[in-house]
Write a protein of this length. Structure first.
Length: 166
């Protein structure tokens, strides 16, 4: 299920849901995956609660035994779409794919490029030009937008029974 708490002009829940299902199948993530598209305030709350980082981030993933939840900042997606010269729908898809790979067990901070290779392969199959991992690292370090500090994207585990997308 895709939930837009923050509307994104020109992108429907159905359109993003179709893409998410395709990405989920290609990433081999079993179970149900819910995607929340919200604002920076909500992503900051989630990032603070589950990662102890008091700032918004572009995408968070919360794995369950099967499936999981992905939370995306519509605000950062809009900024990045402008920065990288593509539409916000494209940016949301880049973030969904990245989150889906985290749900599949990948961790780009610790896997010596394994996730980056999987992301590159799947983005070609899904028709995406940009890679979140590739553009997040310039000269071996994270980049940051002028308005906010650099944000890491990590697979996060929720305590049993908690839900981040509701």
């Amino acid at each position: 299920m895709v939930i837009f708490e923050t509307k994104v002009e020109g992108v429907s829940a159905e359109q993003l849901q179709r893409f998410a299902r395709r990405a989920q199948a290609l990433a081999k993530v079993a179970g149900e995956v819910d995607v929340l598209v919200s604002g920076n305030r909500r992503l900051r709350q989630l990032n603070s609660r589950f990662r102890r980082k008091d700032r918004p981030t572009d995408v968070l993933s919360f794995a369950r035994t099967e499936g999981g939840d992905i939370a995306i900042s519509a605000d950062i997606a809009r900024e990045n779409a402008i920065r990288y010269g593509h539409g916000v729908a494209q940016e949301l898809k880049v973030l969904v794919l990245h989150g889906m790979l985290h749900l599949a067990g990948y961790d780009h901070e610790r896997d010596n490029g394994r996730m980056a290779r999987a992301e590159a392969r799947l983005r070609m199959r899904l028709g995406l030009k940009d890679s979140l991992i590739e553009r997040a690292n310039v000269n071996g370090r994270e980049t940051a937008s002028p308005q906010r500090p650099a944000t890491a994207v990590r697979r996060s585990r929720k305590p049993a029974g908690s839900r981040s997308t509701r």
